[in-house]
Design a binder for this molecule. Structure first.
Ligand code: KG4
Ligand code: ZN
Length: 330
């Protein structure tokens, strides 16, 4: 038996596969990005995403197996994202995993995508000390949680409307920057100044977030002032997002002792957020743990590591068919 798990992730627009050891070492990984396919729509086109997964999934699995020279019949398990995500995209990953598992006689476990993100900072080398306060900022979700160990997650607060990644993508579309919007907004923001006073929704209240009002404020502002310098608009938007994210993290850290603050999900790739989080942690006397950039956005390695948690605990994961998609169903 090879002590490896094959992680498969197809919840959105990345077809990603990895072979992962129990300690988070990634033996081989490959991601086929569909960004070029969706950029002209300013967002992910679900029907095209699932068709592209069908084209890419087996070659991506093959590449990872060839790179590593691993015999798949000896794998400990296959872990596959079962949700949340685009249903057509998820079905490609799940049906492929079930087929491969049957052919290789290897068990298949269905993994919650968010649980994967929450484990991404432990990939490659052990980076998280528990208990940890964890901020998840992705295209689909924004929430704060507390983890007392890798398997025990308590939700502290989440967005009441849009995710911060969605706001980045929508603002990118308003500014004509294409998809995915986050990196483009960051790059433009770095050349501008945060001179426009966009709202900081729910800044003073608890640990929940709201980004829909900020997104609409940028839209209204651009309609009223179409000649405003785009770089200053982007910088003002990013400043508003960061102030809210940092304030909520500071509040969560003050409420309970944490060894470290962990930030995961696609928006954790933002250099501005990384810098602001570094300053917060230095002032709060808490270690900052961030996944390497390639494990911040969607990837099969984080799904592989989350699969190990179930095997290590001897705990049965939710059934593959239980596509309960809420974050309560971790
Ligand atoms: O975690 P992820 O890859 O997929 C979801 O689970 O949603 O996150 C995707 C999100 C998108 O909204 C994308 O614009 C954002 O992460 N993103 C970034 C950066 N890279 C990706 N946002 C800000 N700065 C970045 N560098
Ligand atoms: Zn994700």
């Amino acid at each position: 038996m090879t002590d490896l798990i094959l992680g498969i992730e197809t919840s959105c627009d990345d077809t990603s596969v990895a072979l992962v050891e129990r300690d988070g070492t990634v033996v081989a990984a490959s991601t086929a990005s569909q960004a070029a396919l969706h950029t002209r729509y300013g967002g992910v086109y679900p029907e095209m995403a699932s068709r592209a997964h069908i084209d890419k999934i087996l070659p991506t699995v093959r590449m990872v197996l060839d790179d590593s020279g691993v015999d798949p019949r000896g794998l400990r398990a296959i872990g596959v994202t079962r949700g949340p995500g685009l249903i057509g995209s998820l079905m490609v990953g799940v049906s492929t995993a079930v087929g491969l598992g049957q052919g290789w006689d290897v068990p298949v476990l269905g993994i919650n995508h968010l649980r994967g993100h929450l484990r991404s900072a432990d990939l490659e080398e052990r980076r998280v000390d528990y208990p940890a306060t964890i901020l998840l900022v992705s295209g689909g979700h924004t929430f704060l949680a507390r983890m007392t160990d890798p398997g025990t997650i308590t939700l502290l607060g989440s967005t009441v409307d849009d995710s911060v990644g969605e706001a980045y993508d929508k603002v990118a579309r308003m500014l004509g920057l294409g998809y995915p919007g986050g990196p483009a907004v960051d790059r433009l923001a770095a050349t501008g100044s945060p001179v426009f006073p966009f709202p900081r929704p729910m800044l003073r209240d608890g640990l929940d977030f709201s980004f829909s009002g900020l997104k609409s404020a940028v839209e209204r502002f651009l309609a009223a002032e179409p000649d405003a310098p785009p770089a200053d608009v982007a910088a003002s938007f990013v400043a508003a997002c960061l102030e809210v994210l940092v304030a909520k993290c500071r509040r969560a850290l003050a409420a309970d002792r944490s060894e470290c603050l962990v930030i995961v999900g696609g928006v954790a790739a933002s250099p501005q957020l990384r810098e602001a989080a570094g300053e917060l942690c230095a002032s709060a006397g808490v270690r900052l743990s961030l996944p390497p950039l390639r494990w911040s956005t969607d990837n099969g390695a984080m799904i592989g590591l989350a699969t190990w948690d179930y095997l290590a605990n001897g705990q049965a994961p939710p059934a593959l068919a239980t596509t309960s998609l809420s974050i309560e169903s971790f």
